[in-house]
Design a protein around this ligand. Sequence first.
Ligand code: SF4
Length: 352
Amino acid sequence: MYTSYAQKTLSGTNLSTAEMHAVLQTPDRDILPLLHAAYQVRHHYFGSKVHIHVLMNAKSGLCPEDCAYCSQSAVSNAPIDKYPLRPAREMIDAARKAKENGAYRYCIVTSGRAPTDNEVDAITGVVRQIKREVNIDICCCLGLLTGEKAQRLKDAGVDRVNHNLNTSKAHTPHIVSTHTYEDRLKTLYNIQKAGLDTCSGGIIGMGETHDDIIDMALSLRDLGVNSIPVNFLHPIAGTPLSNQNTLTPHDCLRALCLFRFVNPSTEIRVAGGREKNLRSLQPLALYPANSLFMEGYLTTGGLDVKDTHQMITDLGFEVETIQSESQNDHLLAIGTQAGNELTRGWVVGTDN
Ligand code: SF4
């Protein structure tokens, strides 16, 4: 049965609604055959390559929105660092460090409903400087965007913009009241119209049903997004969802497999909450997913550089980066520290 999911997907046939539900209801004892089927699809499009993303929380807290999962929201009492936009040099240096540590993409994230004109000016200046100094892809996640602001990001050299659907249309009012699902769709439209790559995903574990998860996976397919971050709720004390702690590691793996079958050729990232929810099973996430975050998230920590590379090489996968010789040497050093027998073929360059 599981092999048929891979065969159908690879032949360009969509899984039926019943089959998508069956994926999410796969018994724990069958998780390996399910992962194997998803891996066949992942391998067809991405081989054994893994993209590493590094986040820069460029502006933290101080947000007027009320997203129930978020420690930076107006309704959160979580004791997080709160600060305005970081200095340009700090963001540029962090991009260089991310590159040295094997990141394919550097993600600049700001809290808030939408960026101000001044913030867009500052961030586009930073992006231009990073593009001059560091050979790395850049993604920005700045909240709601008008067409004009999206175009300014594109003109500055931003490669991709993230704006998550977060959940289904039906479940959105249970998660946020200060903006709508349609607001989010409008921003995604503006991103795509500006010619930017689109990154959009969601958060699993916020009290949604399997129908909601399937709806989100299908919506992202219909939107034709380039990248899907699949987050798993990390309930943070002081947020409205602090007691919502329902996911098992197998739930996370089933959801990742569903996203792979529904969006076979899209970059799928095992994202926030990976370490917390997958625990000892987190390496298995890279069978359906082909990218991940390194060194933590916006307000929570995560696997460090050495352990991230160790996990990827232990799996027999390869880190793909936009490559330079000096970086190759540095990454080999990281791998050596991790106790691996590495060859220069460990890191796959794209030469662009
Ligand atoms: S997710 Fe973004 S918009 Fe929502 S509360 Fe957090 S920082 Fe604000």
